[in-house]
Design a protein around this ligand. Structure first.
Ligand code: BES
Ligand code: MN
Ligand code: ZN
Length: 482
């Protein structure tokens, strides 16, 4: 999608659909007032009204409801841009003009970001899609009070849109294409953005004592990988880094504790945490963020096999703690145990945030809009929640009660990897906490938000959402740069 910023009176190109952002109760004139009166359009958020061949220019006019004018902020502008695109994407016209009267650079650029996020599609495997089902809009012009200032302000948001698309591509890929080594290869290509990338294979991880992560991948013919990404953008090259760790289970069958067949295909998304961490590093490099950041991915495939680990096996993690593997389907925490320990041991970061499609229970707790946040540090948790609100990636904090540690005590090892049904997301987080060595840490359980079926958010097409990239980028930008 090509994005331009133009003055409100810039001439319209041929074959343009004009989307006029309208507030609730805003009066229209002439034929347009009659069109509104003949419909149920009120300007409420998310509403659209299509007017073909309107008087006064453009081939099509769409009124896009933006809600109350007092509540119109950057996020609302983004949703308005996305709704405008969604309303005309299949119109057959090639250009979209988003009319935002008097828009500041912030409002105009966020509307453009909304278009970029909404127009994402994963269509590389479609060979026979009918032309009329393909989006026709290839260029968007957003009106701004000062078009040059808007253009100058846009690059960081364009970098963000690129990064979210990169994450969505990774998460959408099927597991026969995107297995650990292929994931690592695609990350390695991000060296072109200035990231430093290291890839550890199974021998290197074995030498480090990562028995917990390696046990998970042991039943797969695909080699497990640990990817380390580094972005050194801080003015002080030795500034202590911030660190992000992602669960990258390229496919989760459950292993010997195998999952039911119904819906198992969804487990190709089980690398959503690793996808988000990759996208975050992509945007930090893309916008040259003034921060030192580490991104670590634990990439495995969880398969049943003659060599797979068994329920009851005891593995030794890099931390030295032993784990009784009660259920081989609780594999994400086993991967993160070693990835988190490695991260704090090697990089001594200011904090670690891990992202993981960790538990089905988080969907039971929070439904499909909110991700769960767990943290041993109030400041970090509050920074995450604040960024979540600003970027429209909903997050809800849950507790880490000391007493629930009882649920993950093992009769024969230091820990066991499941805590039973009560508070399943919490006991999973408590398990992870054993591997952070007291560092400020937060865990985001994104099993509920990494992908959407039947999305109702205009910036989220159905499928992979890229959840987390925006939230973490915003937190770094607001709190940890300089
Ligand atoms: N990848 C799943 C969690 C998941 C479930 C993500 C549904 C998205 C949708 C994870 O590895 C898993 O299988 N967790 C188990 C843990 C249980 C065995 C303690 C779960 O949630 O059932
Ligand atoms: Mn599992
Ligand atoms: Zn999993």
């Amino acid at each position: 999608m090509e994005i331009e910023f133009v003055a409100a009176d810039a001439p319209l190109a041929p074959r343009t659909a004009v989307a006029r952002v309208v507030f609730e109760g805003q009066a229209q004139e002439g034929a347009l007032a009659r069109a509104v009166a003949a419909s149920r359009f009120t300007g409420a958020k998310g509403q659209t009204l299509d007017v073909l061949a309107p008087e006064g220019g453009g081939d099509r006019l769409v009124l896009v409801g933006a809600g109350k004018s007092e509540a119109f902020d950057a996020l609302a502008a983004e949703h308005a841009g996305a709704s405008a695109y969604n309303a005309v994407k299949l119109s057959g016209l090639e250009t979209l003009r988003v009319e935002l009267p008097g828009a500041s650079p912030e409002i105009a650029t966020r509307a453009a970001l909304g278009v970029r996020l909404a127009c994402y599609r994963f269509d590389k495997y479609r060979t026979k899609e009918a032309a009329e089902k393909k989006p026709s809009v290839v260029k968007t012009q957003v009106t701004a009070a000062d078009a040059d200032a808007a253009l100058a302000a846009f690059p960081p948001l364009a970098a963000l849109a690129d990064a979210v698309s990169f994450t969505r591509d990774l998460v959408s890929e099927p597991a026969n294409i995107l297995y650990p080594a292929e994931f690592a290869r695609r990350v390695k290509e991000l060296e072109r953005l200035g990231l430093e990338i290291e890839v550890l294979g199974e021998p290197e991880m074995a030498a480090l004592g990562m028995g917990s992560l390696l046990g998970v991948g042991q039943g797969s013919i695909r080699e497990s990988q640990l990817v380390v990404m580094r972005w050194n953008g801080a003015s002080d090259p030795n500034a202590q880094p911030v660190a992000f760790v992602g669960k990258g289970v390229c496919f989760d069958t459950g292993g010997i504790s195998i999952k039911p067949a119904d819906g198992m295909e969804d487990m190709k998304w089980d690398m959503g945490g690793a996808g988000a961490v990759t996208g975050l590093m992509h945007v930090l490099a893309g916008r040259k963020a003034k921060v030192n950041a580490i991104g670590i991915l634990g990439l495995v495939e969880n398969m049943p096999d003659g060599n797979a680990q068994r329920p009851g096996d005891v593995v030794t993690s890099m931390s030295g703690q032993t784990i009784e593997v009660i259920n081989t389907d609780a594999e994400g925490r086993l991967v993160l145990a070693d990835a988190l320990w490695y991260c704090q041991d090697r990089f001594k970061p200011r904090f670690m945030v891990d992202l993981a499609t960790l538990t089905g229970a988080i969907i039971i707790s929070l439904g499909n809009d909110y991700a769960g946040c767990f943290s041993n540090n109030d400041e970090l948790a509050n920074n995450l929640l604040d960024a979540s609100g600003k970027e429209g990636e909903p997050l809800w904090r849950l507790p880490l009660p000391e007493a629930y540690n009882k649920q993950i005590e093992s009769p024969i090892a230091d820990l066991k990897n499941t805590g039973g049904r009560p508070a399943g997301s919490i006991t999973a987080a408590l398990f992870l906490q054993k591997f952070v060595n007291g560092l400020p840490w937060a865990h985001l359980d994104i099993a509920s938000t990494a992908w959407k079926k039947g999305s109702t958010v205009p910036t989220l097409p159905e499928g992979a959402t890229g959840y987390g990239v925006r939230l973490l980028n915003r937190m770094v930008q607001d709190r940890y740069e300089g």
